[in-house]
Design a protein around this ligand. Structure first.
Ligand code: SF4
Ligand code: SF4
Length: 251
């Protein structure tokens, strides 16, 4: 009696020594449904022997408090609290190498499940997703505005302080080095390759239609605003180009 009464009270007020407020059951259910309803889910989870082969071969498990076996078990047993907890930190340790998927005797893909969990963490604007993705904002800016992921001028000591002293070896005369690469498209340091205006504008439509921009807005509103301004500018350039073409055709 005493135990159940204290459980009920705790359910209502939360754990007094826990910093975070308890997550409502409906929210946990919603998050799990979002993961489970993805079309990839059924291909990535077929059962689990709990054999641990995935964890034994997982590079991330060697260095972090992370286990693909644990992720699969959480999903298989529909442990909603555990799934939510794993989404706060553990899922961001996976290197997405898919060694686990190649080795699992059940044909599971723990790495694939991690990817689903990450996407849902972004969709729900979880703090863990915001923190993990924040350092990648300049890569996102480059990717969405130009179609390039990384350009040579981004690889410098200021941006890769965590690379240690060896970063100086690539802090070289980039423009000169790029000219040494035979393909003419690589003679640029501001982009990895040139993306023409039409392609950029088409990419913007893809980002919009696939919900990428909505996700970005959830995670980083400032970056979203900057990217929208850039997109507007390029779309105007494209419209101007088309009008010029029409004028030329009329002459
Ligand atoms: S996911 Fe596969 S490899 Fe990993 S514990 Fe389960 S059955 Fe074993
Ligand atoms: S994909 Fe992730 S979970 Fe699977 S082996 Fe690689 S690092 Fe480990």
């Amino acid at each position: 009696m005493g135990h159940s009464a204290s459980s009920r009270i705790q359910e209502y007020i939360g754990d007094p020594i826990e910093d975070n407020a308890p997550v409502p059951a409906e929210k946990l259910e919603e998050i799990f449904q979002d993961i489970q309803s993805d079309i990839r889910f059924d291909h990535q989870l077929n059962g689990c022997l709990n054999c641990g082969i995935c964890t034994a071969t997982c590079p991330a498990a060697h260095y972090y408090d992370f286990s693909p076996r644990e992720i699969v078990q959480l999903m298989w047993t529909e442990n909603l609290d555990g799934i939510y907890d794993a989404m706060q930190e553990k899922i961001w340790s996976c290197a997405q190498c898919y060694t686990c998927a190649a080795r699992c005797p059940f044909g599971n893909s723990p790495g694939g499940l991690v990817m689903l969990m990450r996407e849902v963490a972004i969709k729900h604007g979880m703090e863990s997703a915001k923190q993990v993705l924040r350092p990648f904002s300049r890569v996102m800016l480059k990717l969405i505005s130009t179609g390039n992921q990384l350009s040579p001028d981004m690889i410098n000591p200021d941006h890769f302080a965590d690379w240690g002293p060896n970063i100086s070896k690539i802090d070289a005369p980039l423009a000169l080095l790029r000219k040494a690469i035979p393909m003419p498209t690589l003679n640029t340091t501001k982009t990895a390759w040139e993306v023409n205006l039409k392609t950029s504008v088409e990419l913007y439509t893809i980002w919009e239609e696939t919900g990428v921009l909505d996700q970005l807005e959830t995670i980083d509103e400032n970056l979203f605003d900057v990217i929208c301004d850039l997109m507007d500018e390029k779309r105007e350039d494209w419209e101007d180009f088309l009008e010029d073409q029409e004028d030329e055709d009329d002459e």
